[in-house]
Design a protein around this ligand. Structure first.
Ligand code: NAP
Length: 532
């Protein structure tokens, strides 16, 4: 079978859409395969109540097209999921992307063929497709994980995972609802469901340090003002550590007076978005004493906001400090526990023993529910790669290649997987993700165009490059308090076999440093790669 396409892209989320657009603009024949029935990726699947951005909307949208920036109005500082999905559909229509996307098409396997220097891709339906290049745009948080709890299939009511939430909204009015999981997703879900549910019971294994989002609507006049500021907003995103509008304070928490610390933390706690996490003193994520102080500040806030002291204590994390896991942003989350219809169950004290036809059973009590929502997270970063039978030279699988943690070159290539490029793969800068995506996508498009223009048909990273980059990524993580904590960011997911040992799958350096490194490769004519 001859190559039918120049490039096959897996996924039609923010990455895949932009990858398709940039490659098509450079004259490539591209085919995108997408499991869902529409575009949007994360924003297509995560329809759970309360799902919304944690980044400022105007810092999150695509930046490459003035036309898109001019024509799209954000209506809230932190866009809710339906509006974001509408935005991504608007982009797909505007750029006429759909004609090159096949929906309902899950890539089951992708095998490299050395003799023809191409990728042989098989979909779930058995159809086969061939392309010179393969781009994975499958997202770091896209494979949901259900908890391993006995009897999970026996429940007779309505149940769903937040990342597979039904398109038709569920009506909670008067219903007995359970939410399992209290990460960023669970927190957004809980604060929304609590508004209408008859009763809401939250099953919490580990509390998280959440900070206020302070969302607000954006008026037409305000949007017009934001539009004039786009150049500055986007420039700022390019300059900050993680591409957010927020940037760490250059002072250390331990070098200012207690009064100055308190004033800064009050200001951050009252400000929009990730300020409390990303705009904090420079030492809170690396210095135990500084971290203990900021954790105590946030704990105090929780004690002030939750009326029942015993419930407040349960909501205060004890096994990790503030900011060492991804900080969920909330809107009156803690106040939810003051409502008479809401109850918090600490499942470290009384573990869930099984799901039953009527609800669930803990070690202490039997519960009846109409609805159970699993907000139990994702097989993060490498999980979506593991689900595809990806084989490189000599038939070696990617999963085997990454035993013990991913090994990559710049997060975009893997040794033994020629002509495969990853967008938002392991070891890339995540942060305010569309900003990182745009960079990654453009870099990949440039290298593919560079090869075509020179009649080159094979690109592979070099073993020494992989070692250097992987060692660098591991070294960057040293000293970070977050690397001493179990979370998806350190590769832990006890619902997945083999994900019980911490790995370094995230690049924790700055986005500008990442871009500088990748730019140097491009300006050096990609000599660091083996091109032939
Ligand atoms: P998560 O942070 O991994 O949280 C999963 C939750 O489920 C945790 O509370 C976990 O408890 C619990 N859990 C897992 N297995 C369980 C089990 N067997 N029994 C009981 N509880 C169990 O996942 P997430 O909340 O979906 O968030 C993942 C990431 O997605 C976030 O960190 C963020 O990066 C992204 N996200 C972004 C937004 C946004 O931008 N607006 C919104 C939502 C999510 P343990 O902690 O004890 O494991």
């Amino acid at each position: 079978m001859q190559p039918q396409h120049d490039v096959i892209v897996i996924g039609a989320g923010i990455s895949g859409l932009y990858q398709l657009h940039t490659l098509r603009q450079r004259g490539f024949k591209v085919r995108v395969f997408e499991t869902g029935t529409g575009v949007g990726g994360t924003w297509y699947w995560n329809r759970y109540p309360g799902a919304r951005f944690d980044s400022e909307s105007y810092s999150y949208g695509y930046s490459f097209s003035k036309e898109l920036l001019d024509e799209w109005d954000w209506t809230e500082h932190f866009s809710p999921q339906p509006k974001t999905l509408e935005y991504l559909n608007f982009v797909a229509d505007k750029l006429d992307l759909r004609r090159d996307i096949q929906f309902n098409a899950r890539v089951a396997a992708a095998h490299w063929r050395e003799e023809t220097r191409d990728w042989h891709v098989t979909l779930d339906d058995g159809s086969e497709h061939v392309a010179r290049f393969l781009v994975t745009a499958i997202g770091p948080l896209s494979t949901p994980t259900w908890p391993k709890i006995e009897g999970i299939d026996s429940f007779g009511g309505v149940s769903c995972h937040t990342a597979r939430y039904p398109k038709e909204p569920i009506d909670f009015t008067g219903k007995k609802v359970a939410v399992i999981g209290t990460g960023a997703t669970g927190i957004q879900t809980i604060q929304e469901v609590a508004k209408t549910a008859g009763t809401l019971t939250v099953f919490q294994r580990t509390p998280n340090w959440a900070a206020p989002l302070h969302n607000a609507t954006i008026s037409k006049a305000e949007m017009a003002e934001i539009r004039t500021q786009y150049p500055d907003i986007l420039k700022r995103c390019q300059e900050t550590f993680s591409c957010f509008l927020h940037t760490p304070d250059s002072r250390a928490a331990l070098e200012v007076t207690p009064a100055e610390r308190e004033a800064h933390w009050e200001k951050l706690y009252g400000s929009k978005g990730f300020g409390m996490w990303q705009g904090n003193f420079r030492d809170i994520l690396v210095d135990r004493k500084a971290n203990a102080l900021v954790s105590e500040f946030v704990a105090r806030k929780i004690r002030e906001r939750v009326k029942d002291p015993a419930t407040a204590e349960k909501l205060i994390p004890k096994n990790h400090g503030f900011g060492t896991r991804r900080v969920p942003l909330e809107t009156r989350y803690f106040e939810v526990y003051n409502q008479p219809n809401v109850r918090l169950v600490d499942i470290k004290e009384t573990p869930i023993e099984r799901i039953t036809p009527n609800g669930l059973q803990t070690s202490a009590e039997s519960f009846d529910f109409d609805i159970i929502i699993y907000a139990t997270g994702f097989d993060a970063i490498t999980g979506s790669f593991d689900k595809i039978d990806l084989r490189g030279t000599d038939g070696r699988t990617l999963k085997d290649t990454w035993t013990g943690g991913p090994k990559t070159w710049l997060g975009v290539q893997v040794e033994g997987f020629p002509n495969m490029f990853m967008v938002m793969g392991p070891h890339t800068a995540l942060g305010n993700i569309p900003r990182s995506i745009e960079y990654n996508v453009e870099w990949v498009t440039d290298v593919i165009a560079h090869m075509r223009d020179r009649g080159l048909t094979r690109a592979e990273c070099r073993p020494e490059g992989v070692k250097e980059w992987t060692d660098h990524v591991v070294a960057l993580g040293e000293g970070l308090l977050s690397n001493e904590v179990d979370s998806w960011m350190t590769g832990i997911n006890r619902n997945v076999d083999g994900k019980t040992v911490r790995t370094v799958a995230r690049y924790s350096g700055s986005a500008p440093a990442y871009r500088a490194r990748c730019d140097a490769v491009a300006t050096g004519g990609y000599r660091e790669m083996a091109l032939s």
